[in-house]
Design a protein around this ligand. Structure first.
Ligand code: GDP
Ligand code: MN
Ligand code: MN
Length: 253
């Protein structure tokens, strides 16, 4: 088996209104059936115009209260609150569930690779963004492809960040091993492989976090294509079933 990961070269600095599908198709070389297009959320957000200046945010009382305990700028805290549906921790950092259900630090608001002293929010509806880009690429190429939109996240328990999937199109997020046999014929009972996060992590080996300018990667050689309705929310565990979320909410009380 072999897996190919290929950077899309020559993507410009993305501006509001840019046609990402067009730019990717122009620069990706051949796109084949079953290719997985991995796109950094940063450029999806830039193209959607989701940048803002901290000084334009007016903090409310709740933002001021949280800022006083976590030491962040109250305007930044307000921006995080505006993107959040649940706040799991307030200090030393804000771990929140954002509007699309993704749990991450600061709702993913970030200034890296944005420029102009501006901050960037994550896409509001990342599955929809993935579908829009994917369908546009399919139309231009006539190929059936999958899309994963990613962001770089920290993890519980471990140092170091890794890319994770935050939006999907035409790809099964989980490979179920339940019912399969292991090497010795033992039937697997719980193994579910979060393949979209694994692919996101692999693609980030090319993207990097700095000024490399590789926000899009083609992944070839896997077979996780589906044209069924899929959603990144299939990966998000319910609060009642998640010991860590329940523990964090308990700590806040
Ligand atoms: P995130 O993980 O989605 O927050 O994105 P990063 O800020 O880590 O950037 C991932 C990759 O995309 C890096 O190689 C960046 O240099 C690149 N990148 C970010 N914005 C742009 C852009 O506007 N144009 C190009 N060509 N690359 C970009
Ligand atoms: Mn980011
Ligand atoms: Mn990144």
């Amino acid at each position: 088996m072999a897996l190919i990961l290929k950077a899309v070269e020559n993507i410009p600095l993305i501006q509001k209104g840019d046609d990402l599908a067009e730019l990717i198709c122009k620069n990706a070389g051949d796109i084949l059936d079953n290719d997985i297009l991995v796109i950094a959320s940063t450029i999806v957000s830039k193209a959607a115009g989701l940048t803002f200046l901290e000084e334009d945010i007016i903090p409310g009382a709740e933002a001021k209260r949280i800022a006083a305990i976590n030491g962040k700028d109250p305007r930044f805290v307000q921006a995080v609150l505006d993107e959040s549906v649940d706040v799991l921790t307030e200090a030393p950092f804000m771990l929140v569930r954002n509007k699309s259900g993704h749990i991450c630090i600061n709702a993913g608001i970030d200034s890296s690779n944005v420029g102009g002293g501006r901050l960037l929010k994550l896409p509001d509806r990342p599955d929809l963004s993935a579908a829009e880009i994917g369908q546009a690429v399919e139309k231009k190429t006539g190929k059936k492809i999958s899309v994963i939109i990613t962001d770089t996240n920290g993890r519980a328990f471990k140092n170091g960040q890794t890319n994770v999937a935050i939006g999907l199109y035409n790809i099964k997020p989980i490979r179920r091993w339940v019912g399969e046999e292991d090497l010795y014929g033992k039937v697997l009972e719980i193994s579910e492989e979060a393949v979209v996060d694994e692919i996101a992590g692999a693609a980030n080996l090319i993207m990097g976090e700095g000024g490399d300018g590789y926000p899009a990667v083609i992944v070839r050689g896997l077979d996780f294509y589906t044209n069924e309705d899929v959603s990144i929310t299939d990966l998000y565990r319910d609060e009642e079933k998640d010991l860590i979320i329940r523990g964090l909410l308990e700590l806040k009380r």
